[in-house]
Design a protein around this ligand. Structure first.
Ligand SMILES: O=P(O)(O)OC[C@H]1O[C@H](O[C@H]2O[C@H](CO)[C@@H](O)[C@H](O)[C@H]2O)[C@H](O)[C@@H](O)[C@@H]1O
Length: 384
């Protein structure tokens, strides 16, 4: 159910977009994105978006934003600012709310879940260059000293680990379909989706509910590569249990052809579906497993499934992160935090503007846990 506020926001955005001749469509999303790219170089964390988003992105230069043939004046921009501010009032900044959040966490256990692209690393044109900064890495390392921490990404698990380069966090790749975690304390492995593997710190468990789709995925990747080869700028990313077809660098006029080509391949694989993320088509097996299930699985594995004294904190920027926000909402406790510099429909309760705010938030969390007499490093508690 949409709140009156959300309806009002939608109306405002539609009116604004109409006023400046922008309709929501894949191609306008692309055009908008191109404009953002040229304005912000490789720092577009909003990906697919409409013009209202561009205005939000350009709050630093509100006086005049010139796009192809459009000039948006200060009045429009400040109206957009006020829409963003109203949205933030509904989804308060996690930085501003930090003290309140910490107060609510008193006597409870926090588990930290972090999305990768657009959360720990800024969105860039080339997916292979989406590095996280050393400062961010140090902050995540510090947080993970005090709270069980997992990186939950649409990327392949190995790939995201290569980017994060941390040994004291758990990794859930392929939108949660590839999880490497410690063995479950009580429950035995069910033998179906779980495999015990030898890790550096002893045995670990791999949870892979989509294993049977691997041959089909490999076959599909070959077909997608073949089909999209001639579309300049398109690229296919093998994320192990899912596939991404990127179009951030595809010309606007080629987008529809690309989409048709992808659809024509996917339709031969009825057990798969595709959805759109930030300038990317994400194809995955249609199983009942997403980032929300991964969050529940990890909490359970860590012996933290009791919702009365455990507060999951999840930070993410993409549509697929909404599944995890939904789980936290259902549990009734925890901190779902969306990273967005534009008003967005979300189940998250809190917001952060961009990865640099994520960094500040993590630094604060680490500092607080260090100084708090009640929190001891996990290594001491678990004897690791
Ligand atoms: O769950 P995530 O960790 O957020 O992964 C979602 C997708 O992220 C990556 O693509 C996005 O980031 C790229 C690098 O900044 C950017 O070029 C692309 O346009 C974005 O969609 C990743 O490459 C995808 O495979 C993930 O599905």
């Amino acid at each position: 159910m949409q709140s009156e506020f959300q309806k009002m926001m939608k109306r405002k955005l539609t009116t604004l977009n109409r006023a400046i001749g922008f309709q929501k469509s894949h191609s306008t999303k692309q055009r908008a994105n191109k404009i953002i790219s040229s304005n912000t170089k490789n720092n577009d964390e909003n990906g697919g978006c409409d013009l209202s988003m561009i205005i939000a992105r350009n709050r630093s230069n509100p006086l005049e934003l010139t796009t192809n043939n459009l000039i948006i004046d200060a009045a429009t921009t400040s109206s957009e600012d006020s829409i963003y501010n109203s949205w933030v009032a509904e989804h308060p900044s996690a930085l501003d709310s930090f003290d309140r959040m910490i107060k609510a966490a008193k006597g409870k256990k926090i588990a930290v879940f972090l999305d990768y692209d657009g959360t720990l690393s800024p969105i860039v044109d080339d997916p292979n260059q989406a590095f996280m900064s050393d400062e961010m890495r140090a902050a995540v390392r510090e947080v993970a000293k005090y709270f069980p921490t997992a990186i939950v990404s649409g990327r392949g698990r190995e790939k995201v680990k290569e980017f994060v380069q941390l040994g004291n966090v758990y990794y859930a790749g392929s939108h949660g379909m590839d999880i490497l975690a410690p063995p479950r304390p009580v429950k035995a492995c069910d033998g179906k989706y779980q495999t015990v593997v030898a890790g550096k710190k002893g045995s670990e468990v791999l949870f892979q509910p989509a294993k049977k789709y691997l041959p089909a995925i490999q076959e599909m990747i070959i077909e997608l590569e073949e089909e999209t080869r001639k579309i300049h700028g398109a690229s296919v990313e093998d994320n192990r249990f899912c596939v991404s077809v990127h179009f951030r660098q595809v010309r606007e006029e080629d987008y529809n052809i690309l989409q048709e080509k992808v659809k024509s391949v996917v339709k031969n694989y009825p057990e798969f579906h595709w959805s759109e993320g930030k300038m990317v088509m994400e194809i995955r097996p249609s199983i009942e497993w997403d980032k929300g299930h991964a969050l529940e699985y990890l909490l359970d594995t860590l012996g933290m499934s009791n919702s009365n004294d455990v507060l999951p904190l999840y930070i993410g920027d993409d549509r697929t992160d909404e599944d995890a926000f939904k789980v936290i909402e259902r549990r009734g406790q925890g901190f779902p935090i969306i990273v967005s510099s534009i008003p967005r429909e979300t189940r998250a309760s809190y917001s952060l503007h961009d990865p640099s705010e994520v960094l500040n938030f993590l630094l604060r969390l680490a500092k607080w846990s260090k100084s708090s007499s009640s929190s001891r490093p996990l290594a001491q508690i678990w004897g690791i």
